[in-house]
Design a protein around this ligand. Structure first.
Ligand code: ATP
Length: 259
């Protein structure tokens, strides 16, 4: 059996007494590419943060590579791309510095930055086409470019598992394709990916599993949904799983509010 990157059982989170995750069971095995889908406010980001131990559970349990988050030490194995860039305290940081921070979990306190570190940072910058902006303050970049910096930071750490919260939000079509191509290569090399998305777009071909969250519960876990337009295309034969889904209806409204 393959190793589980994440394993949550009966996961519950409440904010100010309001339940946001209401008993989530979710195991992600190595090599899977899982899309977390659902309407605004359904609990996707909270689930991602709870899987990483950033938001504590009020019930149930969750494991990272078989270990509770509080005891997990191999943080280099996880590359997290949050929804937005947060460079604390207004400290000016260059694009290269932010990307290089993705190597920290791999570095020992006794070892200085090595050639391997520098090369991983250079490759990550190139992968998101930001080499030319490496010395610019990150705050001077557009929102979409800052998103690319966050992706590069995760890539630089060369983790086993990527966790990306809406990596394509506010990112132009060309960059979405760039991300899809980059992720395809990582997936081929056996990496695990969990990502939150509203629209899969160019990422759709690499997704192996779609998990639909509604009001803090998993209401579908299985084949990823196909874009609605695809079924209207001439020659599209309903061989894939959503022919069943349209009967059961679990994916109704997955791109937006439940209908
Ligand atoms: N730190 C917090 N404190 C209080 N409430 C929170 C907090 N984080 C999230 N929530 C609430 O939990 C619910 C789920 O939020 P979450 O961000 O997980 O949803 P989401 O599915 O990721 O939404 P979106 O698609 O808009 O990003 C929302 O009602 C939100 O207001």
């Amino acid at each position: 059996m393959s190793e589980s990157a994440f394993s949550m059982t009966g996961g519950r989170v409440s904010f100010d007494g309001k339940p946001v995750l209401q008993g989530i069971d979710l195991t992600v095995s190595s090599g899977e590419v899982v899309a977390l889908l659902g309407a605004n406010g359904s609990g996707k980001s909270t689930l991602v943060r709870a899987l990483l131990g950033l938001t504590p559970l009020s019930g149930g349990r969750t494991l990272l590579y078989g270990v509770p988050p509080a005891k997990f030490r191999d943080w280099w194995r996880i590359g997290y791309v949050p929804q937005r860039l947060q460079v604390g305290g207004g400290v000016p940081a260059t694009v290269r510095e932010v990307v290089a921070s993705g190597r920290i979990a791999r570095q020992s306190r006794l070892r200085r930055t090595s050639t391997t570190d520098r090369s991983a940072v250079a490759q990550a910058l190139e992968a998101v086409r930001l080499t030319g902006r490496a010395n610019d303050p990150v705050q001077s970049l557009s929102g979409g470019q800052q998103q690319r910096v966050l992706i590069a930071r995760a890539l630089a750490g060369e983790p086993d598992t990527y966790v990306m919260d809406e990596p394509t939000a506010g990112v132009d079509a060309e960059t979405q394709q760039l991300l899809a191509d980059t992720l395809s290569g990582l997936v081929l090399s056996g990496k695990t990916v969990v990502l939150v998305a509203h629209e899969l777009g160019p990422l759709e071909p690499i997704i192996t599993r779609g998990v639909l969250i509604r009001e803090g519960r998993v209401v579908h876990d299985g084949p990823p949904p196909r874009p609605e337009g695809e079924c209207a295309r001439p020659g599209h034969d309903h061989q894939h799983a959503h022919a069943v889904e349209s009967v059961a209806g679990p994916l109704t409204g997955w791109q937006g509010e439940p209908r």
